[in-house]
Design a protein around this ligand. Structure first.
Ligand code: ADP
Ligand code: NI
Length: 215
């Protein structure tokens, strides 16, 4: 029965996110799902079914992919409603999904092991080689420059500033990506983040040296 629910959820998510080009496509979801399950296994923590469901559905109500919060909420609730699962399980999955988003680091404190694991997996996908690719894809879609040396790095942003303020994709590394390794919950994710973090630092060093005509 759980297998059938999972298949149905996969099909729903593929249909909803298949053509997204902001870095939130089906493959992002699939990577988050696999990393979350691996972390859970290594840590021997969390319910794998809850983790897999929350990972699959985590971007469905995201405000970037919906016209309003209300629309996102509705989309997720409409799908959850028809699943043959106990109300408490649905509630837990829904709570995880709404609690994990980054939003400039202003999210609520997470309580469940499952929420921490899915958030770690989602954040791991924002760093390293994949994270670099996603940042420039997102930046291009948003119409922001690759880099603008005249802009300063922002900190203590409101969610509104984080989403709509003037910035560049290179700035996003300082505003979010380089902070991710220190925001992870599980030892397994922290370990996985090390190599990805170093890779981003090496990327930035090379980027500036090419930018300045020194490479
Ligand atoms: P979440 O979906 O967890 O709230 P974000 O929406 O901030 O997180 O980020 C989702 C993806 O888009 C990440 O890979 C992130 O690096 C990228 N992204 C978000 N904002 C920007 C930005 N201003 N410039 C470049 N990439 C961004
Ligand atoms: Ni995500």
């Amino acid at each position: 029965m759980k297998e059938e629910i999972m298949k149905r959820t996969e099909a729903f998510v593929k249909q909803m996110m298949g053509r997204d080009s902001t870095g939130h496509d089906w493959h992002h979801v699939d990577r988050v799902r696999r990393n979350a399950l691996n972390i859970s296994k290594k840590e021997q923590s969390g319910d794998p079914f809850i983790i897999e469901m929350a990972a699959l559905l985590h971007d469905i109500p995201d405000d970037k992919l919906n016209n309003s919060h209300e629309e996102g909420r509705h989309k997720l609730a409409g799908f959850m409603d028809v699943l043959d699962l106990p109300p408490a399980v649905k509630k837990h999955i829904t709570e995880i999904i709404f609690s994990i988003s980054f939003k400039g680091g202003k999210g609520p404190k997470l309580s469940s092991a499952e929420a921490k694991i899915v958030q770690d997996a989602d954040r791991l996908d924002a760093i390293g080689a994949i994270g670099i690719a996603r940042a420039f894809a997102f930046g291009g879609k948003k119409g922001q420059p690759i880099f603008d040396p005249s802009l300063s790095v922002r900190d203590n942003m409101t969610v509104e500033e984080y989403r709509n303020g003037e910035s560049s994709s290179i700035h996003h590394f300082y505003e979010k990506l380089l902070q991710i390794k220190d925001s992870l919950h599980t030892a397994t994710a922290k370990e996985m983040a090390k190599e990805r973090h170093q890779f981003m630092e090496a990327f930035l060093t090379q980027f500036y040296s090419e930018w300045n005509g020194q490479a």
